[in-house]
Design a binder for this molecule. Structure first.
Ligand SMILES: [Mg+2]
Length: 222
């Protein structure tokens, strides 16, 4: 029986796999809409971690005013088209973290699992499908005027804890801390006292680490 009271929220990029040229495609998508693509340096100056935050910041740098919802929808449409072309048949393939993905699906049989990601919703749907995520798992992508912590809070709304956020970057840890949710790290890019699994961890490792956190046993070695 599923434990609906315990939503487990997974980030996507770097947590379930990666799409190597993702930021290039984001810049190209904006270039096709804005005339000239934002530079890698401009992208690097963005402080946000969600598509809404990043595209809004780049829009302010370029045009001196914030992004509109229409502008965000245009970005989403063009960016998904870029990904569909780049990662379509005969093209690039994402790197899938097979054990983590298998563990996610095992956990989804017992818990409420969400993907809570900084990708725009249609891009998140494309990437989740490309990584073979069960379409029954709900997705919550980047919404206008929402940061990552707002997205996590939205996924947890009305669901009493304990909860968990699983991510790969310091911004994921910071959002989990702001939301008051325990954190499990994936990969080597998120230092801290929380438990961490390698990207090539087996499904059993993920399930055990998550169950230990939910049981309140604190950090565990993978
Ligand atoms: Mg990530």
């Amino acid at each position: 029986m599923r434990s609906w009271a315990m939503p487990l929220c997974f980030d996507l990029d770097g947590t379930l796999g990666h799409f190597s040229s993702g930021f290039v495609l984001l810049r190209e998508a904006l270039g096709s809409l804005w005339g000239v693509a934002p530079t890698a340096e401009e992208l690097g100056r963005c402080g946000g971690s969600t598509d809404w935050e990043i595209v809004d910041e780049l829009h302010r740098m370029r045009f001196g005013l914030g992004l509109s919802e229409t502008g965000y929808a245009e970005y989403e449409r063009v960016c998904v088209a870029r990904f569909q072309t780049a990662f379509g048949p005969g093209g690039l393939a994402p790197a899938a973290y097979v054990g983590i993905l298998e563990g996610l699906h095992r956990l989804a049989a017992r818990h409420r699992v969400w993907l809570v990601s900084g990708n725009a919703p249609a891009l998140l749907a494309f990437k989740a499908a490309a990584l073979g995520v069960d379409p029954a798992i709900p997705l919550l992508g980047s919404l206008p005027r929402h940061g990552r912590v707002d997205l996590i809070r939205r996924a947890l709304e009305g669901c009493p804890g304990p909860h968990l956020y699983i991510g790969d970057r310091p911004h994921d840890l910071a959002a989990a801390q702001q939301a008051g949710v325990p954190f499990l790290g994936i990969g080597g890019a998120v230092p801290g006292l929380h438990p961490v699994l390698d990207t090539d961890a087996e499904a059993d490792h993920l399930v055990r680490a998550v169950e230990a956190l939910l049981a309140g046993n604190g950090p565990t070695a993978p």
